[in-house]
Structure formats: structure tokens, C-alpha cells
Design a protein around this ligand. Structure first.
Ligand code: PXG
Length: 287
């Protein structure tokens, strides 16, 4: 495969030449926002939703993206085409831009708008078949009044610290609680439970990212007549659930069969998880 072409502020660069300044506040302070999108059959899934979320993240950190949504959508389309990818991943990044060595965002100029089109690394296929084992970690999700998890910012240390704990415990994903001790989300995925035929997931008030895969799965479930409840959930709800799965652009819909050493339900992927996974696969191809 030829080297990926990276779009930066309107120009295309080979991967090796795609660079930003070491004075960029995205690097110095994690001052910026991003999106992770997925290409299915040459088309970006839910592009409009990702663009809307990117602009909302930017608005929340008072960062003005120097092009319109329509211009950015067109740039994503052309970069996907140039890279001739029919399946893959798109990373959109907007940094605050280069500035002096101080926090003040007014000292920055030229925000960098970056579009990377590359391959996505998936969990091993066995995990989709047999389900994954997750662990609750001590690192709580960012307090929403400190740094809202609704903002997909370039500072992912909260999630990375949780991921390190999960790996230390021999798991690939961490279940993060919020400041109230409720279930929030995993490091790069939202979480769902099934109990007596009802699909349950933390509401946005839990302090989570409003996942685009999450929203698609909620829509699919409702359309299939599966009741969906968004509200506070505890670890007890996870331990006593019939089924559990995670959703995310990278993970898609992946079953969870164990949490903190407790098998969930029968300890294997359940029928509602399987059904929603199939419906999600059909949706990404149709959308
Ligand atoms: N919670 C968090 C904290 C996330 O970062 C999700 C939930 C799921 O949201 P979506 O909209 O994807 O359903 C995410 C998304 C990566 C990567 O490279 C991470 C995400 C998405 C794509 C790629 O690790 N996180």
C-alpha cells in the first residue's frame, strides 16, 4: 500500500512529511479537539454527526475552526478519495495552533485542521465471537464540571490512565465510574446492559461522551421494539445483567462476558447483543 496522504489546512502531505509545530498548543497542552470516524464501503459512516460533534467540542473550548462544516465535509470526502480507502479510519484533529510557551490561547495563531485516513486496528475476531473481559478501575471519569466528557478533546490522559490500569489487570478495556460512583463508560467505548429484555445505558448526565455508535444502537433497538432506558447504573447492575456490550467507532458492537471476575449472564454473548450487532452491521452498509 502506498503511503497515506494527510490533509493539513488545505494541503496534502505524505505521511512522513505531515507535521505540526512543537509550539502547537495541541501538543503543549492538549489544547484541541478531535473525531474518530470510520469508512465502510468507501463512505464515511455518520459523517454529519461526527462533524457536528467536532464543532460542538470546539465551541465548548472556545476554538474557532477556520472553515465551514460544508468545507470540512468536502475535505474529508476528497481525502478519503485520494487515499482510495473503501474500509478504514478517519482521524480529524483541530489544534489551537502554534503560540508562545504559555496557556493563553490568545497567544496562538493558525489552528491546524488535520485529516488522517488510515487503517483501523480492531480487537481480535475471537473477542467478538466469545466476548471480552473488563475491569472496573480506580481512575474515575473526569468530573463533568472540571472537564466535560462531552468534549472530545486532545487531552485523553483520563482515559489513558484507566487503560493502563486495565492492561495491568490483564484486561483490554476499563470500566470507568463517575464522581458519584455510577457506571460512566469505558476508555473509548460506551457501555450497554440488557436486563429482562430491556436495554440500559448511562444517560449523558453520568458524564460520558455522546457516542455516535451509542446513538445508532439506541435507534436500532427502539426500531426493533427493544425498550431502551437511559439512566443511572451501578456496578451491581453490571454484575447482575443478563448481557453487556460496548459500542464505539473503533470497537463497533462488542460483547462483554465478564466484569471484575464475575461472569455476566451465562458468561457468553447474549441474543440481544448478537441481534444488535447484526443490525449495526447492516446499518453501516446501508447508511
Ligand atoms: N467514549 C469515549 C471516551 C470515546 O473516546 C466513545 C465513547 C464512542 O463514541 P463513538 O462516537 O465512536 O461511538 C469514544 C470514541 C481510538 C478511537 O482511536 C477512539 C474512539 C473512537 C474512534 C477511535 O482509540 N472513541
Amino acid at each position: 500500500m502506498s503511503s497515506p496522504k494527510v490533509w493539513i489546512n488545505g494541503k496534502l502531505f505524505d505521511k512522513a512529511d505531515a507535521k505540526v509545530s512543537v509550539y502547537d498548543h495541541g501538543l503543549l497542552y492538549g489544547d484541541g479537539v478531535f473525531e474518530g470516524l470510520r469508512i465502510y464501503g468507501g463512505k464515511v459512516f455518520r459523517l454529519r454527526e461526527h462533524i457536528d460533534r467536532l464543532y460542538e467540542s470546539a465551541r465548548a473550548i472556545k476554538l474557532e475552526i477556520p472553515l465551514s462544516k460544508e468545507e470540512l465535509i468536502a475535505a474529508v470526502g476528497s481525502t478519503v478519495q485520494v487515499n482510495a480507502k473503501s474500509q478504514g479510519y478517519v482521524r480529524l484533529v483541530v489544534t489551537r495552533g502554534a503560540g508562545s510557551l504559555g496557556l493563553d490561547p490568545r497567544k496562538t495563531s493558525d489552528p491546524q485542521v488535520i485529516i488522517i485516513v488510515d487503517d483501523i486496528s480492531l480487537y481480535p475476531p475471537e473477542l467478538y465471537e466469545h466476548g471480552m473481559d473488563i475491569v472496573t478501575v480506580a481512575t474515575i471519569r473526569n468530573h463533568p464540571d472540571a472537564l466535560s466528557p462531552r468534549i472530545k478533546s486532545l487531552n485523553y490522559l483520563n482515559n489513558i490512565l484507566a487503560k493502563i490500569e486495565a492492561i495491568q489487570a490483564g484486561c483490554l478495556e476499563a470500566l470507568m465510574l463517575n464522581h458519584k460512583g455510577e457506571i460512566a463508560e469505558c476508555t473509548g467505548d460506551n457501555i450497554f446492559l440488557v436486563k429482562r429484555g430491556v436495554l440500559k445505558t448511562p444517560s449523558l448526565e453520568a458524564g460520558i461522551l455522546e457516542g455516535i455508535t451509542r446513538n445508532s444502537v439506541i435507534e436500532l433497538a427502539r426500531a426493533a421494539g427493544i425498550p431502551v432506558v437511559e439512566g443511572p447504573l451501578t456496578r451491581h447492575d453490571v454484575y447482575t445483567a443478563d448481557e453487556c456490550f460496548l459500542t464505539g467507532t473503533a470497537a463497533e458492537v462488542i460483547p462483554v462476558v465478564k466484569c471484575d471476575g464475575r461472569p455476566i449472564g451465562l458468561g457468553k454473548p447474549g441474543p440481544i447483543t448478537r441481534q444488535l450487532r447484526e443490525r449495526f452491521h447492516a446499518l453501516v452498509l446501508a447508511d
